[in-house]
Design a protein around this ligand. Structure first.
Ligand code: SF4
Length: 198
């Protein structure tokens, strides 16, 4: 598993950043290793509640067995309202070399590293960015088996994170609206996430 050399690719800084502090946050994310980062208003995030059926199809195997995934995570309206109750979304992308997109184990590791990078960034953000929450690239994988399976309470409720799919965020539209590549072609895969705050 190898993170794509982002110097070969687009590193986008969105033009919406309205002051030096916001630009500094974006630069901090890029410096940490994200291939693209942008700080936008949450009202720019496209939600598509009809995407919930993709979770219900359960191709990822997480439906009903993870607190961060449907149906336990909340309805589509509740998920959208959770995001829109905050003003800012720091949208983040990583790009990975993935010669075989059928290699589920490799993709899982890439997602895990992507999510860990978001957590690291959140820890390093200035205190004025506190009080937010993370949106990940996959269902919560903090525990080897989610506590929901044994009908126990979530072990890390302050750290659990739902994925962009659970929020029904139309990631392709969002990414392309920011001028980022979504479909990178053969051998590369992009993952997305956010930190929502303010
Ligand atoms: S922290 Fe553990 S128990 Fe809580 S949602 Fe994540 S995997 Fe499940």
């Amino acid at each position: 598993m190898k993170e794509y050399d982002k110097t070969n690719h687009l590193s986008a800084v969105n033009g919406d950043n309205r002051n030096a502090d916001k630009d500094a946050i974006v630069q901090q994310a890029l410096k940490l290793g994200f291939s693209a980062a942008a700080l936008i208003d949450t009202d720019r995030i496209p939600f598509r509640p009809e995407f919930r059926i993709c979770c219900e199809d359960n191709s990822c195997g997480m439906y009903g067995v993870n607190y961060a995934c449907p149906p336990a995570c909340g309805t589509t309206d509740q998920m959208r309202e959770q995001v829109q109750s905050h003003k800012n979304a720091l949208v983040l992308q990583t790009i990975w070399e993935a010669p075989d997109l059928e290699d589920k184990a490799l993709l899982k590791q890439c997602k895990k590293k992507h999510n860990a990078l978001i957590r690291k960034l959140i820890q390093e953000l200035p205190p004025e960015c506190g009080g937010g929450f993370m949106i990940a690239a996959s269902g919560c994988s903090l525990c080897p088996e989610c506590a929901i399976v044994k009908k126990e309470p979530c072990r890390f409720p302050d750290l659990m994170a739902s994925c962009v799919s659970a929020y029904c965020i139309y990631v392709q539209e969002l990414a392309e609206g920011l001028g980022w590549d979504y479909d990178l072609g053969q051998g590369l895969v992009a993952y997305f996430g956010m930190y929502v705050f303010g």
